[in-house]
Design a protein around this ligand. Structure first.
Ligand code: SIN
Length: 279
């Protein structure tokens, strides 16, 4: 397996690997790369839905998606799709998957299925690097703050998606949820501090007024999306991305109007998150 930096600070490209036929030692190296880099890109893979599911099961238990429609026969696979005539896309803003759960998702595995002739790339941002780029003063202030995350404003009754032409992509009985997490999390596997807020799902800080919280959150969103922390992955047939939802943000570009784009996503269960300050 050959691992090279995708960009300076954001992701690695892994070559000379067949995700459909991993040996135990391949998977061990893959898991190590996942913990170290948090964002893995692959080209020229051939993964059936069954093989996609087997790959995900190696990482852990699957979170069965309760927001988007799933692939027939595979309730574990969320269909991330935009039809030719639709204008709104899924994931078209900086976010991380499932931060609104008490035990946020560990990883997501996204597989290209049907791609537009151009556009439709996904941007990613490295939240370890974004954290490191903050001053020591702000790091210590943030380490004392707990944030509230929710998805109700997006997927709930009357929420953002119910008023768009993507409403038919939502599951029949969407389940909304909310949770509190430290703004700075000590990553459960790498044990490194990471910035854990995201524009789509963080809705305020515990014990702060909303206007105060959003002034600081907007600063953090600007900071985390600076070019030095981000990269853009252009999908090709056979492309796969695996990312750590605790240490990355992602953003699906919506620049392919009039064309179809479909990817299949499996999300893997994580654990509750702790900050640097205990007790
Ligand atoms: C997602 O937000 O999980 C989907 C990203 C994409 O479609 O590129």
């Amino acid at each position: 397996m050959k691992i090279t930096a995708f960009t300076n600070n954001c992701g690695v490209l892994i070559e000379e690997i067949d995700l459909a036929n991993l040996t135990d030692s391949d998977f061990e190296s893959l898991q190590q790369a996942f913990v170290e880099h948090g964002l893995l890109f692959f080209r020229d893979q051939s993964l059936s839905p069954k093989q996609h599911k087997s790959l995900a099961n190696k990482f852990g238990d699957i979170v069965v998606n309760k927001i988007f429609k799933t692939l027939e026969g595979f309730p574990e696979i969320a269909v991330v799709s935009k039809e030719k005539q639709q204008t709104t896309n899924i994931g078209g803003g900086w976010h991380t998957d499932h931060s609104y759960d008490e035990e946020p998702a560990m990883a997501s595995i996204l597989v290209a299925r049907e791609l537009p002739s151009s556009g439709g790339a996904t941007k990613f941002a490295n939240m370890y690097a974004a954290y490191e780029g903050l001053s020591e003063g702000l790091k210590s202030t943030l380490s004392l703050i707990t944030a509230k995350h929710s998805n109700e404003h997006l997927y709930g009754k009357g929420g953002y998606f119910s008023n768009t032409d993507l409403s038919d992509k939502l599951a029949e009985n969407v389940q909304v949820s909310s949770a509190m997490h430290p703004v700075i999390v000590i990553h459960p596997e790498s044990h490194k501090p990471v910035l854990y807020v995201n524009k789509a799902h963080t809705i305020g800080f515990d014990n702060w007024h909303d206007d105060e919280a959003f002034a600081l959150l907007n600063f953090l969103y600007e900071h985390g999306s600076k070019p030095e922390y981000t990269c853009e992955f252009d999908w090709q047939p056979g492309s796969v991305a695996i990312w750590d939802n605790r240490s990355t943000w992602h953003f699906a570009n919506n620049d392919y109007q009039g064309e179809m784009r479909t990817l299949h996503r499996i999300t893997i269960k994580g654990s509750s998150l702790a900050g640097p300050v205990c007790g």
